[in-house]
Design a protein around this ligand. Sequence first.
Ligand code: CTP
Length: 409
Amino acid sequence: MDLTGRRILLGVSGGIAAYKSAELARLFVKAGADVRVMMTRAAQEFVGAATFAALSGNLVATELFDAQQEAQIGHIEMADNAQVIVLAPATANLLARLAHGLADDLVTTVYLAFTGPVVIAPAMNKNMWGHAATQHNVETLRARGHVLVGPGDGEMACGHVGVGRMSEPAQIFEATCAALGVAGELPGELTGRRVLVTAGSTREAIDPVRFIGNRSSGKMGYAIAAEAAARGAEVLLVSGPTALASPAGVTRIDVESASEMAEAVDAHIADRDAAIFAAAVADFTPTARADLKIKKGADGQGMTLELGRTRDILAGVTARADRPRCVVGFAAETGGDLADKARDKRRRKGCDLLVANDVSEAGSGFAGDTNRVLIVGPDDTIDQLPLLTKPQVAARILDRITTFLKPEA
Ligand code: CTP
């Protein structure tokens, strides 16, 4: 993995695993990265700053208010200069301070001033890791879009056996590469490729407070965007309303209605190598949106809502002369005959690949974490995948796209 020119800020907090971070720093340096290290006071009880200074070839920052250090490497400058922050090991105390946004030492202050991807490798006793407070903090950090690596399972320094060991330096190294958009296992596969992904549901306004929506969570589309970015692609995610955090290295445009999604796609589809339409777009929208909240009135009558068709974004893209080389559609069906429906839909929509699932089947619903899909290829062949997690499905879809985009041998 080549990290030449990459600027990594490694934050070390006070755990026995701090010695493993010396190996992590060495891996980063070996890959060509410019590594700066910052340490909490407790970390220095475990490993001396001199070790990290020698490994990184740079001054190690330890104090927020050190006149000499501030003159040489101010904490805001440290945050501005870094492309990724890696916190390893991250103790329970550090996780809590990050989750709550405290800025009571150098590491937490730099973290707050930083706007890029953050990779966190927790390490602690298994009971501390399992505590509801820690788990709550971890959820908060995940929801913020940070990458959590580990902790692993096994024997710990405290004699306990269980979950809490810091992940191995090689794993943290790989997660950092992915966060930087440097492809992991399959180096450079999609480097230089421009990919657009639609995800989530759309909302069609009836009046200022009501809308027609659907049950899509956006998880599948976000997993695809994350996987494409991890393989080195430049990814634009056009997203309907969801509660999900942006995946690392992905540019996101938020939209609400089907027509806003269509406009965003129109504006950004040119010069894309691949486009994946994972959004559940409304097919119908109210023909008129009331400017004021519709009152139910005193007559006890129901109401009739008139709906018109929305534009089919996917079909519009496949009809363009300058369409992306690989266009992928999705089909959420119910009620059997999935393969036939999927083949038919791929042809109608004019896409190269169509990913279909039966949303009435157990494990394949909208909001879940798993999916059982089949992929229809350009020659109508069907690849039936087993029940997989959404990130695993995303990887399989990206495998197909990657093959599709390979230059002819
Ligand atoms: N899609 C789109 N724009 C729309 C509607 C759908 O881009 N206005 C895309 C979806 O993102 C998905 C695919 O088209 O990739 C399938 O959508 P679906 O609504 O299931 O297709 P339809 O042909 O409308 O399905 P049906 O015939 O079942 O109504």
